[in-house]
Design a protein around this ligand. Sequence first.
Ligand SMILES: *Cc1c(COP(=O)(O)O)cnc(C)c1O
Length: 357
Amino acid sequence: MTIQPATPPRIDLRSDTLTQPTPAMREAMANAVVGDDVFGEDPTVNELEAMAAAIMGKEAALFVTSGTQGNLVSLLSHCNRGDEVILGDQSHIYFYEQGGSAAVGGIHPRPVFTLPNGAIPLEVIEAAIRPDNVHFPITRLVCLENTHNRAGGTFLTPEYTDAVAELAHERGVKLHIDGARIFNAAVAQDVDVKELVRGADSVTFCLSKGLSAPVGSLVCGSQDFIRRARRARKVLGGGMRQAGILAAAGIVALNEMVERLADDHANARRLAQGIAHLPGVEVDLDSVQTNILIFELDHPRFTPSQFEAALRERGVGILAIGGKRMRAVTHYGIEAEDIEEAIGIFAELLDDGTKGR
Ligand SMILES: *Cc1c(COP(=O)(O)O)cnc(C)c1O
C-alpha cells in the first residue's frame, strides 16, 4: 500500500483501519486503571482478554499489537521449525505479512488454491496434508481467513469451517483462523461468532479495523496455547507494559461497535449497486457480502491508478490494488449520505466523455 500525502480524503474508503476512536473510547482510555502487563498486572488488559476468550468460546486470550503479530504468534505457537502450514495462496498471512513465519520461525508455507469466495476446497486441503515420510515436512497447521480480505470481504460459514476442522483434526493437524474481520462475518450471517470458530484451535481478530479501536488484536485459544503465545509475543517485542490504555478502547469496541457493522455492510452494498451500471465498472454484486467492495475498472479515460487519483482530487479515497482491481471499504464515520455523494462523484467522472455511446 502506498503512503499517501498528508491530508486524508473527505470520504475515506481506502480502509477500515482509518477509523478514529469513538468519544467513549477516548474517555475509557483516559480513565483506564493500568499496571505492568508483562507481570500480568494490568487489570484492563486482563479484563479485555477474559472478555475476548468468552466471546470466542475459548479458554484464554492474549492482547497483541496487531493482526500480523497475532497471526505470527499463533503460527509460532503451533509449529516447530521445519513444520508445514497449509494456507490459501490469496491469504493475508501468505500475501501481506512478509513471510514472517518462514523468516522468524522457519515454518514452511504450503500455499494452496483459493476459491473466489475465499474458501479452500476440502479436497485441496486433504491432498496437501503430508503422509508420514522421511522426505516430507510435517503438516502441523491449516489456516483459514474469515472474512477474506483479497476475495473482497466474503465470509466462510460455520458448516464449512467445521468441515475443515474435522478434516484437519482427523489427520492430527491444527486449525488457525485469521479472523481479522470475524465480527463482520458473524453480523453478515446473523450467527454468534462462537459458531464460526468452534472447531478452531486458535483465532486472531482485530480491534483496529471495523471495530474502530486505535490499536490491537487478540489471539484466542486453549490455556496451554495462550501460554506459548505469551512467550512468542514477548520474543517478538510485543510485551507492552501499561497496555490497559489501549485495552480500554478494545473493551468499548467489543461492547459497542459490533452490531453497527451491519450499517457498513449496507453502505458497501449500496455503493456497489450505485456504481455497477457505470461505464467501465465491472462488479459482482454477490461478492459484496460485508464491508469491502472490490470491482474492476476498464475505462477509456482512466487506468485504475488514474481513477484513484481523480477521485482523490474530488475528496474520495479508494485504492487501486493491482491489475484492473479497485477496492473501497466502508466503516465507522462513513454515513449513508457520504456513499450517495461518492456515487455521484463516480458517475460524473466515469460518465464524462462516454455519454451517448
Ligand atoms: C488487516 C489484516 C490482518 C493484519 O492486521 P494488521 O493489524 O494490519 O497487522 C490480518 N489478516 C487479515 C485478513 C487482515 O485483513
